[in-house]
Design a protein around this ligand. Sequence first.
Ligand code: NAG
Length: 214
Amino acid sequence: MLSRIVFLFVIILNKYVSRASDPDPVQDFCIPITKPASSVIQCKNFSTVTVEDFVYSGIKERGEFGQTGLSSTAVNSNVFPGLNTLGMSLVRADFEVDGINVPHFHPRATEIAYVLKGKVYSGFVDTNNRVFAKVIGQGDVMVFPRGLVHFQMNVGDTQATILGSFNSQNPGLQRIPTAVFGSGIKDELLEKAFGLSSKEISKLKKRLAPHRLS
Ligand SMILES: *[C@@H]1O[C@H](CO)[C@@H](O)[C@H](O)[C@H]1NC(C)=O
């Protein structure tokens, strides 16, 4: 039921999706330094850049599983400054048995996902609300077009691991359940939009408060 109402919002949300690509770099690389009290990004003096600026070791191990049985670790320019201006990034996603990655989208990037391990029901929904989904396994690759809602569920009997790659240094992530029920939209609007009682809305809001999802 939640998934049905969630998909009703897909078209509305997609109207706000940016279609911009990352700009082309104008130098080899730019390891950012942000001066205090300034939002302007400056590049580190090239003479102080080292190989360590281009290596990130934060996805060797999976993180903690969240409420939905997902552990997802983004490797974007916020955590790996070496990616700045280079127009790409990664995510490592691990799934407990039966774990899910809730319907979500990345406003600024197409994602190509490679299954390292396990069996995952994986798919996306286009703006006509047509679902393209199937079970993919180790070695399979699936692409999620930019800005479209996609989702995954571990349907195997072992943990699953996926590596996702994005054509943006900062693809952005919006989870539909949280965006709708965990964002503070007025109850009255949600009741009208989904035909739910205030009690049902409260239940969803409580469940989907942003801090509860990984
Ligand atoms: C960069 O560092 C070098 C070596 O310390 C220095 O000579 C140069 O002036 C610095 N450049 C800038 C733009 O600060």
